[in-house]
Ligand binder design. Structure first.
Ligand code: GLA
Length: 697
């Protein structure tokens, strides 16, 4: 039984990890253990029960609470902040009862209530045993006759083993430059990373990894996790003065307030976390499996090789231009043709049209059907770009409903890319957008949608809101999930891609709806290597849509550009009509090769052999789950001085099994390829793809 009681402990065990906490004699729910799974229940330590320290620190200040309240003489960062109807602003929890649900995923629900007020708090845990992950969320219920106000309600507090010498690894970036890995020593005080942008954002990913400073890609204990939420979020990593390090994670409490009416509950998004003893690479692989096995709507569906016409034709789309591209694409073996921005009513450039989601009458006088039929006749599926949360002031929708956008009265409505944001917190907005996109999907044979969001929020007001306007941060995302969820339910075969000017909305919340993420608007292959590597710390290769474009084509060979994109879900985005016959033939051959190896790339285990963010010669390996077949990619970008490409050491192979690697005459054992390695010499801007096969035993 993965969840059980032992003495005063609740013990949660996954395949390789153990997690324990319990009520200490002072009545506080105290965290006891999070590390490798231990052989016997009696191995797990009892919940700590520290004494107060002088008159300045109550026992609560020294206790690693499983979920920290504000109560008594305690000054650590709380997980929850409330204002009760009479102005009381603390919460004194008393344990009520537990509920253990064995399947489909084992769950534990612990119920607490306030010692005096009719407020109930439930801590929820769900185990993903195969992926060594724990999911946590919280429900707060107001059972009294008057409303209370929530100003903070995090999803989880993760306590690390006692110590104040941890390192936080996180991902930062910006538009065109997402997903840079940063490693910061956690020092006394609070280190915060967050989003205030209404999306999970390009700037910080809702993800973390923590270690004692000694973990590497393939060694060492790493605690890792994140938040499954596509709006404002916050991670607050605190190091206390009593050798305790803990991470609060959840909805951002910045500019947030939620009025909880009598009889109602508020449920937070899910936080998830796990541990591994095998370094950052293993942490990523556990997350990859979790995403593929438990989250993605279409699970392990192989993604088709797509063509997207954005970088070729920009807004200048019409039936002839798209048909010409589609014909060339089909010849090259492309399986899905996606028309990007520019196809809808009034859309000449980025000044007009958003909101009016029907085909532009001038560009598509007979509608989209003839183009879709032609694409289908060429043997390809058809996909389309939309940006449903947005509106241009120059649109029929905005002219009819200027009050539907997020704004403050008496303030300028700041436009970014000439657009405003529809307030998805409003049911009327949700309904209209749902019916427009539903009609589009009902009337056409569309099997792929790229859902974009090309700006961040400003003037986050909701005039006429039924409650506190600051609820908009959460209600907007709930509205987005509701509209998208209804559309996905009505059109189950559609594959959705999440895009927000590239990687502005990549998180495990959106992956319950979208099978793919558009990683970055930066499609230059050399930059892309670093961005893709950062992305791979969270997401598996099948989620990572990667196009081969013309960016940097003067310098970067087509094969190199292909190899970079073949590390994910391959797409093509260059202007095919400008490609030479030789380039098209090379592309067709590489597309055919990708089709053969894509199950290994999209569903296999990924090993980052050498970092693109740290070296000029990155390499990445994908192995199928049986470890019988693999694909190795090695790149050399620009090295400062003439020098040879460093030797590569493979990972993940079965040590005593023989493997043949393309380009090497003799098979060698997995142990030899890993310990002794291999030498592949590359020139600047040269790349190679080598297939690896276990010799039949
Ligand atoms: C965003 C996307 C691009 C493209 C444009 C269209 O920037 O990230 O890929 O779809 O919008 O306007």
């Amino acid at each position: 039984m993965p969840i059980f009681r032992h003495n005063s402990l609740w013990i949660l065990e996954t395949a390789a990890s153990g997690y324990a906490f319990g009520l200490n004699p002072a009545g506080l729910l105290a965290h006891a253990y999070w590390g490798p799974r231990l052989p016997f229940p009696s191995d797990y330590p009892l919940p700590p029960n520290p004494a107060p320290w002088a008159s300045f620190n109550g026992a609560g200040q020294l206790t690693p609470e499983e979920y920290a309240t504000y109560a008594g003489p305690k000054y650590t960062d709380p997980s929850i902040l409330l204002t009760l109807p009479d102005g009381v602003r603390d919460l004194v929890l008393t344990y009520e009862d537990e509920q253990i649900v064995p399947s489909p995923q084992p769950e534990l629900h612990l119920h607490f209530r306030d010692a005096h007020y009719p407020v109930k708090l439930t801590l929820h845990y769900r185990l993903y045993e195969d992926c060594d992950l724990i999911e946590r969320w919280v429900t707060l219920s107001n059972q009294g006759p008057e409303p209370l106000i929530i100003s903070r309600l995090f999803s989880a507090l993760w306590n690390l083993p006692p110590g104040d010498n941890y390192r936080l690894t996180h991902l930062t970036g910006r538009w065109l430059d997402e997903m840079h890995l940063r490693r910061d020593q956690l020092t006394h005080g609070i280190k915060t990373i967050e989003s205030r942008r209404l999306t999970s954002s390009h700037h910080h990913a809702p993800w973390f990894a923590v270690d004692d400073g000694r973990a590497t890609e393939d060694h060492g204990q790493v605690w890792f996790g994140g938040l499954a939420w596509s709006g404002n979020w916050k991670l607050a990593a605190e190091v206390t003065d009593f050798q305790s390090t803990r991470l609060n994670i959840g909805l951002n409490d910045w500019d947030f307030a939620w009025t909880l009416p009598p009889g109602e509950s508020f449920t937070t998004p899910a936080a998830f976390a796990g541990i591994t003893l095998a370094g950052f690479g293993a942490a990523s692989r556990l997350l990859h499996d979790h995403i593929r096995d438990h989250i993605l709507p279409h699970g392990k569906t192989l993604h088709k090789v797509l063509y997207n016409s954005w970088e070729a034709t920009l807004f200048d789309v019409d039936e002839p231009s798209q048909t010409r591209l589609a014909e060339v694409a089909a010849d090259m073996g492309i399986e899905l043709f996606v028309m990007d921005d520019g196809w809808f009513h009034g859309r000449k450039d980025d000044h007009a049209g958003l909101g009016d989601w029907w085909p532009d009458e001038k560009k598509f006088p007979a509608g989209l059907a003839p183009l879709i039929e032609r694409v289908n006749a060429l043997g390809m599926d058809f996909g389309l770009w939309i940006e449903p949360e947005m509106v241009n002031p120059d649109s029929d929708l905005y002219r009819a409903h200027p009050d539907w956008v997020i704004h403050f009265p008496n303030r300028e409505r700041s436009e970014c890319r000439n657009q405003l944001i529809l307030n998805f917190a409003r049911p009327d907005v949700q309904e209209v957008v749902f019916s427009r996109i539903d009609k589009l999907l009902t009337d056409h044979n569309i099997v792929f949608i790229k859902w974009d969001m090309n700006r961040n929020v400003s003037e986050p007001g909701w005039p006429g809101a039924p409650g506190d306007q600051r609820e908009i941060w959460v209600r907007y995302v709930q509205g987005l999930y509701a509209v998208w969820g209804r559309l996905a339910e009505r059109h189950p075969r559609v594959i959705w891609q999440s895009c927000s000017g590239g990687g502005g909305r990549g998180d495990l919340g959106i992956l319950r709806l979208a099978d793919q993420i558009w990683v970055s608007d930066n499609t230059a292959a050399t930059s892309r290597l670093a961005i893709q590597e950062g992305f791979s710390h969270i997401f598996p290769a099948n989620v990572m849509e990667a196009w081969v474009t013309d960016a940097g084509k003067e310098l970067i060979p087509l094969e190199f550009r292909f190899h970079v994109s073949m590390c994910g879900s391959l797409g093509i985005g260059g202007h095919l009509l400008h490609w030479s016959e030789a380039d098209r033939a090379l592309a067709a051959a590489l597309i055919a090769q990708y089709k053969e190896i894509r199950p290994i790339i999209q569903f296999g285990d990924q090993y980052r052999l050498r970092s693109a963010q740290e070296t000029a010669c990155p390499a990445v390996l994908y192995l199928n789950k049986e470890k019988t077949e693999g694909v190795l990619f090695a790149f050399r970008i620009l090295m400062q001085y003439p020098s040879t490409t460093p030797r590569l050491h493979l990972q993940g192979l079965i040590p005593n099994r023989q493997y043949q690697i393309e380009g090497f005459e003799q098979p060698r054992s997995g142990a030899a390829w890993m310990a002794d390695g291999l030498q592949i010499d590359l020139n600047d801007l040269q790349s190679t793809l080598r297939r690896i096969k276990a010799v039949p035993s």
